[in-house]
Each structure stands twice: as C-alpha cells, then as structure tokens.
Design a protein around this ligand. Structure first.
Ligand SMILES: C[S@@+](CC[C@H](N)C(=O)[O-])C[C@H]1O[C@@H](n2cnc3c(N)ncnc32)[C@H](O)[C@@H]1O
Length: 223
C-alpha cells in the first residue's frame, strides 16, 4: 500500500468517511472535551468576542461550533485540506449556522490562506502539525507571519520526542498515542519546534502541560 504523508491524504479518504457519517471521528473524536479544551486555551490567551479568529486545519468545526457563538458574527474563519469536511460541520454542528457565512470556510492545503482577511488577530492549528512533516510547519509559520499583520497570538500543537536518539524510534505519548519521525502521527524535538517558530519571526512559549492525546501547546507571539 502506498504511504501517504497522513491518513488524510489517502485517495477518497474524506468522501468515504463523510459518506459513513464519520465527520466527528476523523478529526479524532472526543468532540465536546477537545472543543472545550481549545476554547479554554484561546480564552486564556485573551480571545474576546470582537477579535478575529482563524482556525487552521479546522476539520468539521469541533472548535468552530463553540467559537462561532462566542465571537461576533462573521469573526470566525476556517481553513482545511478538505472543504467538504468543514461544510459538513457547518451543516450539522452549528447551533445557528447563520452566524458563520459559508464563504468563511476556505479549502487550503498549502497554508496560502486565500481570501482570509488581514484583520485576523488570533489563529489556532490544533492537532494539525501532528499529522504533517516539519516543513509544513515551517511553511505555515512563515506564511502566517507575513499574511496577518494584526495577529496577536498563534496557538499550535505538536507531539514531542524526548531527545534526538529516541526520536528515531516510535514514541509512546502519555495517553498511549504512538508517534513517529517520518510517518503520521509525527513527533518533533522541542528545540526544532522552537527554532522553526523563532526563525519565522515569533517569540515562542512551549507550554509544559499535556493536552488531549499527549499533545504539547506552543503559543507564538509575533515579534
Ligand atoms: C486531527 S484533525 C484536527 C481538526 C481540528 N483542528 C480539530 O481540532 O477538531 C486534523 C485536520 O488537519 C487537516 N489537514 C491535514 N493536512 C492539512 C493541510 N495540509 N492543510 C490544512 N489542513 C490539513 C485535516 O483535514 C483535519 O481536519
């Protein structure tokens, strides 16, 4: 079987999963808990209703169904590799879909952020770079830094390996997920994450506490 950079990149992955009604499962399940955890992280970083939030790799709007009612109407934007996945979330997971214009859901596989306004103040990529090789993170960081001059905070998650030698082998994360260096889910070294972030024009704060599935949060602030 061909090796894809992530399960999301396998042919027909989204069409098959959505046809089976699995839009929650394919972003990792634990729907309410993980949506609440993301919302709490953003509130801790000062997100207010009049801010403008970009949810990068938003999936089926596990965060969106909580952020949209909190934010002023029209202040939530989402991107994802799959437009169909976001549209399914919009159709079935939002309490009031009229608070989120359909053209705020942008299919974007390469972190170019087409049609996203430069008013974005906060961005989050939760459990996205855990599924992508490290140069995707580099590209995203560089693009975010130049595209969004009003950005105050970027939050993203990674899996870490404890040191270089152990990064060559599968790593069992605290709640049991097994991560790898060259296939998904990916782990990285803390030093590499910090370097990619600071080299892209941010100051980087790698938080010690573990999030769902053993992920680590990085809070990046533009310099
Ligand atoms: C584990 S899910 C997390 C979804 C969402 N952030 C959440 O927490 O509910 C990973 C998401 O990354 C998206 N994704 C994978 N590769 C991507 C890429 N190159 N660009 C944008 N999104 C991508 C997938 O479609 C999927 O929705």
């Amino acid at each position: 079987m061909a090796q894809h950079i992530s399960p999301y990149h396998a042919p027909n992955f989204y069409a098959d999963s959505l046809a089976k009604g699995r839009h929650r499962d394919i972003v990792g399940g634990r729907w309410d808990e993980t949506g609440r955890a993301q919302m709490a992280l953003l509130l801790d970083e000062g997100l207010l209703p009049d801010h403008h939030l970009l949810d990068i790799g938003a999936g089926s709007l596990r965060l969106g169904c909580k952020a949209v009612p909190y934010l002023d109407p029209g202040h939530y934007w989402a991107t994802d590799l799959s437009g169909a996945l976001m549209r399914q979330g919009h159709a079935v997971e939002l309490a009031d879909p009229t608070r989120l214009p359909a053209d705020h859901l942008i299919e974007d596989a390469s972190f170019d952020f087409p049609r996203i306004p430069d008013t974005i103040t906060h961005a989050i990529a939760f459990a996205v770079f855990t599924h992508l090789p490290a140069n995707h993170l580099r590209r995203a960081l560089l693009q975010i830094r130049t595209r969004f001059p009003a950005l105050q905070k970027l939050l993203f998650t990674v899996f870490l390996a404890p040191d270089a030698a152990s990064s060559l082998h599968p790593v069992k994360q605290p709640d049991g997920v097994v991560t790898h260096d060259t296939r998904a889910p990916y782990h990285m070294l803390a030093a590499d994450v910090l370097h990619l972030t600071t080299a892209s024009g941010f100051s980087a704060d790698l938080r010690p506490n573990r999030l769902p599935r053993g992920q680590i949060l990085l809070v990046a602030t533009p310099n």
